[in-house]
Design a protein around this ligand. Structure first.
Ligand SMILES: Cc1cc2nc3c(=O)[nH]c(=O)nc-3n(C[C@H](O)[C@H](O)[C@H](O)COP(=O)(O)OP(=O)(O)OC[C@H]3O[C@@H](n4cnc5c(N)ncnc54)[C@H](O)[C@@H]3O)c2cc1C
Length: 391
């Protein structure tokens, strides 16, 4: 790899991190190629809603000159928060608190579409699953894809998420199970079909938490609500519980059994949801994951610092990393040093969020009346934010 300017940057993965990097580089005239395993954006569910923070996700969108498009689609009122326990006792309610646009919500699919639409045609080679990478004697890297395509590149960026294949070039670290699994369900056309659920959840997020379990419901766009049925269970629970997640009636009944001492109004989240039950395990890389910088390869986002969603930072960090890496590449006099500096800054920043995320997970999905405990935590957080605003 040249020590100075680079002609082409090759990115593995068209998630929010990879797409943001590509967009900012293209704005500055750098040639970019993305290889993405999915055949199209509609191949799988794009997941729920994401809150983008001013200092990270929104900062990256401004640098990408896409902030106006984001503003047109985001939901500032999505910041509303309700926290209760399994009996339905509400311990915390923050509605229309006036922090608008600090952390507005956007559907993941909308965010991805804004970024995709901003790229030059043919930037992304879809349906390319990276199988392996070889480091060549001249410092370049040879990428080998499942479909037989190969490419020899100067700089490869692993933006390929939790199970990154690029990561193995720089680190032996593997994601570890966080002790918690989720079953994702949703309500379509919720205002018309389930007005009681719509009213209960309101405009933002409702978290019902107790006894190592949670029902976490989030308002999404397009008249939908998504619910994460969350449980502290062993890593192989999804298989060993023998819950037939592809058979809605049986899955519903088995999940209702697990929440049998919860308030009936909360059980409606399981009772009345659509017929799709998607189980997920939560994994994280070790807190403070870092590596010795190597020429011609780097990482961003989940590939570098996968963490549980309980700090709400994953996508924000991925986009912040992308912005920092793009600036490092564009402004570099010495590219190897610029990437090393980027990695140092990024890993230090991510370690703080990973630590917060691990601690939050243990509090949210812990023993006892976690609704009350988390509510106290939020009250203190809001009081300190208000104190800072008034200072
Ligand atoms: C249930 C859940 C809820 C979440 N909620 C939030 C939230 O509220 N706020 C928040 O900030 N974060 C949240 N996150 C985390 C957030 O989704 C991630 O941190 C974020 O998507 C990371 O972006 P990324 O671009 O690094 O990786 P990804 O979004 O994972 O994108 C990686 C891309 O690489 C592609 N890819 C993977 N392997 C290969 C391969 N071998 N070859 C080619 N392409 C490949 C994938 O198809 C994908 O398109 C949540 C995560 C989960 C699981």
């Amino acid at each position: 790899m040249s020590k100075n300017k680079i002609q082409r940057v090759t990115i593995i993965g068209a998630g929010p991190g990879g797409l943001t990097l590509a967009r900012i580089l293209q704005l500055k005239g750098v040639e970019v190629k993305i290889y993405e395993r999915e055949d199209s954006i509609d191949v799988r569910s794009q997941g729920g809603t994401l809150d983008l923070h001013v200092e990270s996700g929104q900062y990256a969108l401004r640098l990408a000159e896409l902030y106006d498009k984001f503003q047109a689609l985001c939901r500032p009122e999505g910041e509303d928060t309700i926290i209760l326990d399994k009996t339905g006792t509400v311990y915390y309610e923050e509605v229309d608190a006036g922090h608008e646009l600090n952390r507005p919500e956007i559907d993941r699919q909308d965010l991805r579409q804004i970024l995709l639409d901003s790229l030059k045609p043919d930037t992304i080679a879809q349906g390319h699953v990276l199988r392996s990478i070889e480091c060549l004697d001249n410092g370049q890297h040879k990428l080998i894809f499942d479909n037989g395509v190969t490419d020899i590149v100067d700089l490869v960026v692993g933006a390929d998420g939790a199970w990154s294949r690029v990561r193995s070039l720089v680190s032996n670290a593997k994601p570890e199970y966080c002790g918690v699994s989720m079953v994702e369900v949703q309500f379509s056309d919720v205002d018309n079909q389930h007005p009681e659920i719509s009213k209960l959840v309101g405009r933002g997020t409702l978290s019902a938490l107790s006894d190592n379990k949670g029902l976490i419901a989030q308002r999404n766009g397009y008249n939908r609500i998504r619910v994460y049925i969350t449980l502290r269970v062993p890593e192989n629970w999804i298989v060993e519980s023998k819950i037939p997640f592809d058979q809605p009636d049986q899955a519903r009944a088995r999940l209702l059994d697990l929440f049998s001492d919860w308030n009936p109004s909360l059980l409606n989240f399981i009772h009345s949801c659509d017929d799709s039950f998607v189980p997920r395990r939560l994994y994280a890389l070790p807190v403070g994951h870092r590596w010795d910088s190597k020429p011609g390869v780097t990482l961003l986002g989940d590939a570098a610092h996968l963490m549980s969603p309980f700090a709400g930072e994953g996508v924000n960090l991925a986009m912040f990393d992308a912005a920092d890496l793009a600036l490092a590449i564009i402004n570099a006099d010495d590219l190897e040093q610029a990437i090393k500096d980027y990695e140092e800054k990024m890993c230090t920043r991510a370690a703080q969020s990973a630590d917060e995320s691990a601690r939050n997970l243990d509090v949210f999905i812990g023993p006892g009346n976690t609704g009350q405990i988390v509510a106290e935590f939020f009250k203190k957080l809001m009081a300190s934010m208000a104190a800072n605003e008034n200072a």
